[in-house]
Design a protein around this ligand. Structure first.
Ligand code: ZN
Length: 296
């Protein structure tokens, strides 16, 4: 809670300065130093939006997602996030492929208005009724697992929507607890990490840090690749719909809250991450999202 308050205070100062008014006389020297910080890269994170035009089910308020997203969008724009990563389960189920594609179309138009540069991690709900090709085709992303560089950092998107036998999810052909990263993706990951000299952040939907139904079945194998690369600093994941954090072998694993959970703006959750040139990472959490800060 303290960290959140501090963050809000900082945001306030920054916005003030962006207005071109140089009034920091009353501010403390630490405040001035913070304003001078030059983050290497800043990006927005959202997860588990589960958008669908259908009534709430349990704690999931599908129709409220656009309003919650609009609030996050305002923050991301105001604080100039360079890119946006959506950590999976962007949509929820419909009775037909056509209706589900319409849900995706609606929510993706809003994402497109937030950030020109954005990446989508596949969640089990994204490719439940739809195929991977249908989902990716609609959002204009070529690959389900991929990597890119920004601001001195390397970023990796993983796709754990594969059955144990290697078959990709799609058209209701899987059990959601059977999440796996297949051998060919592991090989790609090892090569990709070997080819970068930059500190690296990984994005995944299903979890890589705990045992249980929400975890990638071969998570230990994936973690071994991340650890042996010596590059990976943090992994951001969704799927569990709740805040969680673990450090394993020097890698920070953060699970973010789901945007779909709960009614009202106060139930939402989203994050802005600053990864600076010195190698430190700061996660600003909004609404129900926890904040974190890690030194290099
Ligand atoms: Zn979800």
């Amino acid at each position: 809670m303290d960290a959140n308050n501090l963050d809000l205070a900082r945001i306030g100062r920054r916005a003030f300065l962006q207005g071109g008014v140089l009034v920091l006389g009353a501010a403390t020297t630490t405040a001035t130093a913070r304003v001078d910080e030059k983050p290497g890269v800043r990006f927005g994170l959202i997860t588990d939006l589960h958008y669908a035009d259908k009534p709430p089910a349990g704690t999931r308020h599908y129709r409220e997602t656009p309003a919650k997203l609009a609030e996050a969008a305002e923050r991301f724009k105001r604080d100039k996030a360079e890119f946006l990563v959506e950590l999976g389960d962007l949509i929820d189920a419909a009775d037909s492929v056509e209706v589900e594609l319409a849900y995706l179309d609606r929510i993706d138009r809003e994402l497109a208005a937030i950030a020109e540069r954005r990446r989508y991690v596949l969640g089990n709900h994204c490719v439940d009724t739809l195929t991977k090709a249908e989902f990716l085709g609609k959002v204009g992303q070529e690959r389900s697992f991929d990597s890119f560089d920004a601001g001195g950092w390397h970023f990796v998107l993983l796709d754990a929507c594969f059955r144990g036998d290697g078959e990709p999810y799609g058209r209701k052909n899987f059990e959601w607890t059977d999440a796996n990263i297949p051998a060919h993706e592991i090989r790609w990951l090892r090569d990709d990490l070997a080819a970068t000299s930059k500190p690296t952040i990984v994005f995944a939907h299903q979890r890589l840090d705990v045992e249980g139904p929400h975890t990638v079945k071969n998570a230990a194998e994936v973690r071994a690749v991340l650890e042996s690369s010596g590059r990976v600093r943090a992994v951001f994941q969704g799927h569990s719909h709740k805040n969680d954090y673990r450090e394993i072998a020097g890698v920070h694993y953060v699970t973010l809250v789901a945007m779909v959970e709960g009614s009202g703006a106060e139930s939402s959750g989203y994050a802005l991450v600053d990864a600076d040139d010195a190698g430190s990472i700061r996660v600003r959490g909004f609404r129900k999202q926890q904040a974190y800060a890690w030194a290099p």
